[in-house]
Design a protein around this ligand. Structure first.
Ligand code: C2E
Ligand code: MG
Ligand code: MG
Ligand code: MG
Length: 284
């Protein structure tokens, strides 16, 4: 049926569709090659405890070190990797690599790994997390998995079961980009999240728009009442940080502290941030 329906339209749009499909196909082949060649790399961005300004965690963020295109950001290839199913092996690599690196940074706080919806729904997810922990020797409580609201729209019973299995391993789960998707307060009640990450779009308006202030304050209070931690994403200014402090937001992440950095720079970055935190008078 789809074939018969598609035939006429295909003929009509052929040249344009063809060019787009060819580009997509080329990127797909390139992505598979890159995974085999080991061209992906993880950068890490510190997450800071608001009260003490100490680093409490690192978020692993993937990059593609392309031989011709240079450093390619995730938004340019994660959606396609997700569509063609390559996100499953790629995501397994991310999990293993992030745990392995975090285990070599002793005394370092948690490491957060992003899971895409297709990866979350894949059958091997819990096994992949288990083996990443076992192979690296990382304490499960030091691993945090970030999922977006989209996951909640899928089969809710299956999602709930997966979340419980992950939590049984001792890892933590966070809801990423809160407030941007089809946010529903019932998700916070039904799903056992340890943490909610408030999307950057609300942080940008802090101290500038009453609406953003109200939303960030309300989400922080709500999460406190539900025994969930809150992290503010995209904190770029001291004024935003101070506003978060006053509202009782627990953690902050953003360019104010550091951009995501290559793994090799992390030990020094951690020392540097720790020194800065100790110099900063408490509550200033
Ligand atoms: P995310 O998980 O919400 O990650 C936060 C994004 O905000 C990162 O972009 C980070 O570089 C950026 N960011 C952090 N602080 C600031 C700030 O102060 N200002 C601004 N303007 N931006 C800030 P990045 O690294 O480009 O990643 C984009 C998205 O790609 C991530 O959003 C996540 O959804 C996805 N992603 C990254 N790595 C992975 C991965 O390993 N697996 C999967 N499935 N998705 C990933
Ligand atoms: Mg994230
Ligand atoms: Mg986010
Ligand atoms: Mg995001």
């Amino acid at each position: 049926r789809a074939k018969a329906e598609g035939r006429g339209r295909w003929r009509f749009f052929e040249p344009e569709m063809d060019a787009r499909m060819q580009l997509r196909r080329a990127l797909e082949i390139d992505l598979r090659r890159a995974l085999a060649m080991g061209e992906f790399e993880l950068f890490y961005q510190p997450i800071v405890d608001v009260a003490s300004r100490r680093v409490s965690g690192l978020e692993a963020l993937i990059r593609w070190r392309h031989p011709e295109r240079g450093l390619v950001p995730p938004d340019a290839f994660i959606p396609l990797a997700e569509e063609i199913g390559l996100i499953v092996p790629l995501g397994e690599w991310v999990l293993a690599e992030a745990c392995r690196k975090a285990a070599t940074w002793p005394g370092t706080p948690k490491v957060a790994v992003n899971l895409s919806p297709a990866q979350f729904a894949s059958r091997g997810l819990v096994d992949a997390v288990t083996s990443a922990l076992e192979l690296s020797g990382l304490t499960p409580a030091r691993l945090e998995l970030e999922i977006t609201e989209t996951v909640m729209l899928q089969d809710t019973e299956a999602t709930l079961a997966t979340l419980h299995r992950l939590k049984a391993l001792g890892v933590r789960v966070a809801m990423d980009d809160f407030g941007t998707g089809y946010s529903s307060l019932s998700y916070l009640q039904r799903f056992p999240f340890d943490k909610v990450k408030i999307d950057r779009s609300f942080i940008r308006g802090l101290e500038q728009s009453r609406q953003s202030d109200a939303i960030v304050g309300a989400v922080t209070d709500l999460c406190l009442g539900l025994d969930m931690t809150t992290t503010a994403e995209g904190v770029e200014t001291e004024a935003q940080f101070e506003a978060l402090h006053r509202k009782g937001c627990r953690e902050a992440q953003g360019y104010l502290f550091s951009k995501p950095r290559p793994a090799g720079e992390i030990p020094n970055l951690l020392k540097q941030l720790d020194r800065a935190a100790r110099l900063e008078p408490e509550g200033a």
